[in-house]
Write a protein that binds this ligand. Structure first.
Ligand code: ZN
Length: 251
């Protein structure tokens, strides 16, 4: 049910990774290289200034440890925000969908924000499965996670952050993923993070109504989360799809 409080959502690009499509949509587009845009999501309304995810490292680090990253000067995180009239110090709340490296760099910019993470994610990130260690830049492989100095508000499941703005526990892509359900003048938009990297994941194909990405620990959880998203969302915003930028503001 609508809270009566309405927010707007602006996708803010901090660059584009070059990545195989089959990495984002399981079993689809092997060998096809695509742009995976790294977004911060700026949510504003009812006097609140919220950021969902905080982007990735710079191109040099990204190319060395992960994927090639194309970033224009306008896509430097602080500049990208100032381009839409927002200073990092304006942000009162940061919601971390999960702790993969391309979602949780740059926390030090947001000096006035409370940072929200699911307990399950924080615990998993501390000692991930070997397959997932690099994505977390985990200490278990001798790296230093980008969020290491962050003081988190730790959530155990769904949490209303403000009227009409809810962090939703949505395990799938990682064990402790959360999305954000946002009331707007056009119903509920769900910021899905990497549970749905592209619109193609949600559109599905002849066999699967919705298609997971290649990263998961428990695929049953992932499919339950698809059902959850069907129940609560009128619209989805995928985590890395360049088509998101077709609109500057949602709704
Ligand atoms: Zn991820």
């Amino acid at each position: 049910m609508s809270s009566g409080t309405h927010y707007t959502i602006r996708p803010v690009s901090v660059g584009a990774l070059t990545i195989g499509k089959s990495h984002l949509v399981f079993g689809v587009g092997y060998g096809e290289m695509i742009d995976s845009v790294v977004y911060m999501w700026y949510v504003e309304g009812a006097g609140r200034r919220v950021l969902v995810d905080t982007g990735c490292c710079g191109p040099e680090w990204s190319a060395k440890y992960h994927y090639p990253l194309r970033r224009t000067p306008d896509e430097e995180p602080a500049k990208a925000l100032s381009n839409i009239g927002v200073a990092p110090t304006d942000i009162d709340t940061v919601v971390c969908t999960h702790l993969h490296w391309d979602h949780c760099y740059n926390h030090e910019l947001f000096t006035n924000a409370k940072f929200y993470i699911q307990r399950t994610e924080l615990q998993y990130a501390a000692a991930p499965h070997p397959m997932n260690c690099k994505a977390y830049e985990s200490t278990t492989i001798g790296m230093t996670p980008p969020y290491i100095k962050t003081k988190f508000e730790v959530l155990d499941g769904d949490a209303e952050l403000a009227p009409g703005l809810t962090a939703v526990f949505a395990p799938g892509h990682t064990p402790g993923m959360q999305g954000v359900a946002v009331d707007t003048t056009d119903g509920v938009y769900f910021i899905a993070g990497d549970n749905l990297p592209l619109y193609d994941n949600w559109a599905g194909n002849q066999i699967q109504k919705h298609i997971p990405g290649i990263n998961f620990v428990n695929v049953e959880d992932y499919y339950r989360t698809f059902q959850l998203i069907e129940r609560i969302a009128d619209h989805i915003l995928p985590g890395h799809d360049p088509k998101v930028m077709d609109k500057a503001v949602y709704p």
